[in-house]
Design a protein around this ligand. Structure first.
Ligand SMILES: Cc1cc2nc3c(=O)[nH]c(=O)nc-3n(C[C@H](O)[C@H](O)[C@H](O)COP(=O)(O)OP(=O)(O)OC[C@H]3O[C@@H](n4cnc5c(N)ncnc54)[C@H](O)[C@@H]3O)c2cc1C
Length: 473
């Protein structure tokens, strides 16, 4: 038997006609602090108390009557009496929360949908997977190495010398959808104001003739996160039932056979928690590249998994350098807001980042652009510098070379106010390892592996993989 107790609580929100969702800071289940739980989960906790001994929980506290009294409030709709309702709920729930202790077994937790799952990585595949799991009543903890959510869908804040703040989508510039399931999901994000169409003219520039040769003909809708590219992952990481821990690199994923659970260990050797299942959403978790960067074996040893042998050699990747540029004035001689380069050894794309909807943090009256290198150019730099974090010297040299190539177009490119390069060591997987199943799954240890490398090297592929991984639990 394991022990759980409910302590203090506050009301989350109550808007007209919306179902109330309750937040209970301090809910302890097996030593893991669950910061928020959704109405449905709270309902699951509370409802069985009406018939003690039935349902997933037995109470060991002494004031169950107050609990029974407040139960209906959690499932009632607001009906436009927001403030009264809110006060009542707060008061009643304080009683619930200060007086109740519960006990619950692992099997009961799993059966009741209260399993604890760790998702490693907050890129779009991990974030989508986590939010679907949470919507099923599963308690999800995301661990993310980066300071914020998004992975390759993140954005970068910078400051110019005069203090002006800038923000760039330095990874994926935009994404498209074709698969029904993804179309539906993206439409729902659009209705929540998390994404918008980026409706601008794209062109192709031929370096051999130094001419903008053609404008894009296909009318595929281009989507971007608003106000920044990471808005989708950010919202999913903040959803009910999801706890996200940033700046935490998982250094080891250990399956503990006799406890039938996973133990996660940080890079610093500290235990991060125990979980009933794991979603690993980055290929580097199993890749020899991890050893080259961190000097220790990759977090997940896939050798015991017969179905995972495809991972043991590492997944080939293509790298890319991104150059962030800010100008004091718009580039009026450049007619397209997205350019693909032909016959350039160095430049692959240029995007006018500030032409995306709802962008701020650009120089007053100016423009911001992001250039992408060719993968061949990136590979040639990495061959000399290695996989470790590139030095400022290397990044400055790359910035200069990319900018000179842009300037050499003859498109009248002025001196930028700000210029900085970023390396994406694994920008694009060069292999799709599970295009049919869309993820790898081991039912014995409840381990899912997902990410764009399972389906296709783009946002849509990553979303499909995250959906597939969530469906396994
Ligand atoms: C420059 C560039 C241009 C692109 N252009 C396009 C485009 O035009 N259209 C398009 O659709 N796609 C594009 N993509 C690809 C797209 O960004 C990816 O396919 C998609 O974002 C991948 O999502 P993911 O969740 O699979 O992986 P990721 O976004 O890489 O997420 C994995 C996450 O796991 C975290 N992580 C890894 N190891 C650990 C650990 N040990 N502990 C904790 N956290 C860990 C990482 O920090 C990362 O945040 C582009 C990408 C780049 C870089």
């Amino acid at each position: 038997m394991t022990f759980a107790s409910l302590e203090s609580g506050v009301m989350n929100r109550c808007s007209k006609g919306r179902e109330i969702s309750a937040y209970v800071p301090g809910l302890m289940i097996e030593g893991v602090n669950v910061l928020s739980i959704s109405t449905s989960l709270l309902d699951l906790l509370v409802r069985p108390l009406a018939n003690p001994g039935v349902g997933p929980l037995q109470t060991t506290g002494s004031k169950e009557r107050e609990v029974l009294h407040v139960t209906p409030l959690f499932t009632t709709r607001c009906n436009n009496h927001c403030s009264d309702f809110r006060r009542a709920l707060y008061t009643q729930r304080s009683l619930l929360i200060t007086s109740l202790s519960l006990s619950l077994s692992r099997a009961q937790m799993a059966n009741s949908g209260m399993a604890k799952i760790a998702v490693v990585g907050s890129g779009i595949s991990g974030a989508v997977c986590a939010s679907i799991l949470a919507s099923k009543g599963i308690s999800v903890t995301i661990f993310e190495s980066g300071r914020g959510p998004g992975g390759r869908m993140s954005n970068r804040r910078e400051r110019m010398e005069d203090g002006t703040e800038l923000c760039f989508d330095h990874g994926v510039p935009y994404f498209t959808t074709s698969h029904d399931e993804v179309v539906k999901m993206v439409k729902s994000w659009e209705s929540r104001g998390l994404v918008a169409e980026w409706d601008v003219k794209f062109g192709a520039f031929d370096k051999r003739t130094n001419k903008l040769v053609e404008f894009e003909k296909d009318n595929t809708t281009k989507y971007v996160g608003v106000p920044t590219m990471n808005s989708i992952c950010k919202a999913l990481c903040q959803g009910d039932g999801v706890e996200a821990k940033f700046g935490v690199t998982v250094g080891k994923l250990n399956w503990i056979q006799d406890r039938t659970s996973w133990s996660l260990i940080g890079l610093d050797g500290k235990e991060l928690g125990q979980f009933d299942g794991v979603v690993a959403s980055d290929k580097n978790l199993v890749s020899p590249r991890f050893s080259e960067v961190h000097g220790i074996p990759p977090p997940l040893d896939v050798s015991p998994y017969r179905g995972f042998s495809v991972l043991s050699q590492g997944i080939p990747v293509q790298a890319c350098f991104a150059l962030m540029l800010a100008f004091s004035e718009p580039l009026s001689s450049v007619q397209a807001k997205g350019i693909s380069f032909q016959n350039s050894d160095i430049l692959r794309y240029a995007f006018c980042d500030s032409s995306k909807p709802s962008r701020s943090f650009i120089p007053p009256n100016g423009q911001s652009w992001v250039l992408h290198s060719t993968s061949e150019y990136a590979a040639s730099v990495i061959e000399k510098s290695g996989l470790k974090k590139p030095s400022n010297e290397i990044l400055s040299k790359v910035a200069d070379e990319l900018f000179q190539e842009f300037k050499a177009t003859g498109l009248n490119i002025p001196k930028p106010l700000f210029m900085k390069a970023h390396r994406w060591g694994s920008a694009f997987p060069a292999l799709a390892i599970s295009p049919e199943e869309k993820c790898l799954w081991d039912n014995d240890t409840k381990l899912a592996i997902c990410g764009d490398f399972c389906v296709s090297p783009n946002v849509e592929g990553a979303i499909l993989s995250g959906i597939a991984a969530a469906s396994k639990f």
